[in-house]
Write a protein that binds this ligand. Structure first.
Ligand code: FAD
Length: 471
């Protein structure tokens, strides 16, 4: 008897190992390996340019590891899956769950439609250590503060699942079709120069994610707790885009760390994975998180009117060096170190008084790790309106932040070559440098490098007054 035909639907799980839905599909029968690009979904957030760029290369890597057997479609997943089921006689469909609100809605209605027509539909947890509904307070309500969420919720819940191997054997069912698509047909690459250059900074796909994890475990983990604050050092894993696209699972990272227990700051690193879980829990319980202040007191906050200062921030032309270095790292590489994300975020929201949603949207377009849950939760945290948020009076001083976390200016000079020859003493506040020092460094403020957009002291005081009302 031939095995039944089933479909594995790849989404944010672009890997073969530790893929619970793929493993279940392979156990159930001959598998059709499907990817659907769905643009224009009602209520959905469209992929940003940097995410599309990553997705292009990630799909190529996945298809290569599947020896060209990835069936690519474009359009409404419900329609595509229904048609494919009719054409092939597939009896089951398997996928790993996604947590974007519009996907939760879509998946629920797809599942019941398939089941009504006699097709088995099974979904799995392939991207979180714990499901959002698994980690709740004893009274059944969601946690709003990170520490108890992680310590009492996550760490007291059953241990995360151990990673699964690549399913073997993988019996495939080939679909011959007249409208075959390849990755290039999806037109994910944007031909603007900034976008074209992103891929120079990254290796994509499952193997690259594993390589990055093991390089980090060997060299970065040892001093993670302190080192993670210094953007010039390689003490962060840079696994975030791999995690977002599911080229690696958090379970693979969690358990790989166990082997390195003796060598580094594994608890601290696991705790950062806990922040990711917290963001997903917040999004799950507050589906409007990317748009609506968690704290309603912020609904009447007097945000400044959007003006050309937003473009100056986006392009790394604020005249405040550490802010500009962070924004240019983002623009050039599709990534920004976490310390910088906090500095540039605080500057936008608290020194420029611009609405956090403007920053969230820019990050969404430019980050290769743009992630609905992490991005929205972090921006709300920065603005002070989120769960367990930074208190309103915590306003990062970008000069002190630069002096403390990039003391020798290595990171700042890398992204601001026009300030390369400025001595450390003035690197983070060129406006205070004497004329002859600027001259020797080849800098004319307002010409070769901008004057600061705002006076840091005055804008801080204004912010404190504005934020007082949210107390
Ligand atoms: P590591 O320090 O190596 O941490 C390992 C993993 O833990 C990360 O890959 C990430 O999955 C998770 N993690 C670490 N810190 C956080 C955090 N604060 N919140 C949630 N998860 C965390 N992260 C995203 O993945 N996508 C985003 O769109 C995103 N937007 C952000 C916006 C702002 C304003 C801020 C302040 C932070 C944002 N972050 C976002 C969180 C964090 O900055 C990144 O996850 C981290 O910098 C990624 O680098 P890494 O993989 O080297 O991190």
């Amino acid at each position: 008897m031939t095995a039944p035909i089933v479909i594995h639907w790849f989404r944010q799980d672009l890997r073969l190992s530790d893929n619970p839905a793929l493993t279940a599909a392979c156990e159930a029968g001959r598998v059709i390996l499907l990817y659907i690009l769905n643009e224009g979904e009602p209520g959905a957030r469209q992929l940003g340019a940097a995410s599309k760029n990553w997705l292009h290369y990630s799909l190529k890597a996945l298809n290569e590891s599947l020896r060209g057997n990835l069936l690519i479609r474009r359009g409404d997943p419900s329609e595509i899956i229904r048609t494919l089921v009719q054409e092939t006689g597939a009896t089951g469909i398997f996928w790993n769950r996604c947590y974007e609100p519009w996907r939760i809605k879509h998946d629920a209605s797809l599942k019941s439609a398939l089941e009504r027509s006699g097709v088995t539909a099974k979904s799995f947890n392939g991207s979180l250590l714990w499901e959002p509904w698994q980690v709740e307070k004893p009274d059944g309500t969601p946690y709003k503060v990170f520490t108890p969420f992680y310590r009492k919720g996550c760490l007291q819940a059953p241990e995360p699942r151990k990673p699964l191997p690549v399913p073997e054997p993988m019996q495939l069912h080939h679909v011959s079709t007249k409208d075959e698509l390849c990755v290039d047909d999806l037109n994910l690459l944007d031909c603007r120069p900034w976008s074209m250059r992103l891929s120079d900074h990254w290796q994509h796909g499952e193997q690259a994610a594993q390589n990055r994890l093991y390089a980090f475990l060997e060299n970065g983990l040892i001093n993670y707790k302190d080192g993670r604050n210094f953007p010039a050092l390689a003490h962060t894993s840079r696994l975030s885009p791999h995690l977002h696209f599911g080229e690696i699972s958090p379970n693979q990272i969690w358990w790989a760390l166990a082997i390195h227990e003796a060598t580094g700051d594994i608890d601290h690193f696991r705790c950062e994975l806990g922040w990711r879980e917290f963001s997903y829990s917040l999004l799950f319980h507050n589906p409007t998180l990317p748009k609506v202040n968690l704290n309603p007191k912020f609904d009447s906050f007097p945000w400044a009117v959007e003006d050309q200062r937003l473009q100056a921030w986006q392009k790394g032309q604020t005249g405040v060096p550490i802010v500009d270095a962070g924004m240019r790292e983002l623009w050039q590489t599709g990534y920004m170190h976490n310390r910088l994300r906090m500095i540039v975020g605080s500057f936008l929201v608290k020194n420029l008084l611009l609405d956090w949603r403007l920053g969230e949207a820019w990050f969404w377009d430019c980050l290769v790790d743009a992630d609905l849950a992490n991005n929205a939760a972090s921006w709300q945290w920065i603005a002070g309106c989120g769960a367990d948020a930074a208190p309103y009076f915590r306003i990062f001083n970008p000069v002190i932040q630069g002096e403390k976390f990039d003391a020798h200016g290595e990171y700042t000079r890398r992204f601001l070559p026009e300030l390369r020859d400025l001595p450390e003493r003035y690197l983070f506040k060129p406006w205070e440098a004497p004329k002859h020092i600027l001259q020797d460094a080849g800098i004319t403020l307002g010409e070769t490098y901008p004057l600061p957009l705002v006076d840091l002291k005055k804008s801080r005081e204004e912010a404190l007054r504005a934020f007082e009302q949210t107390k």
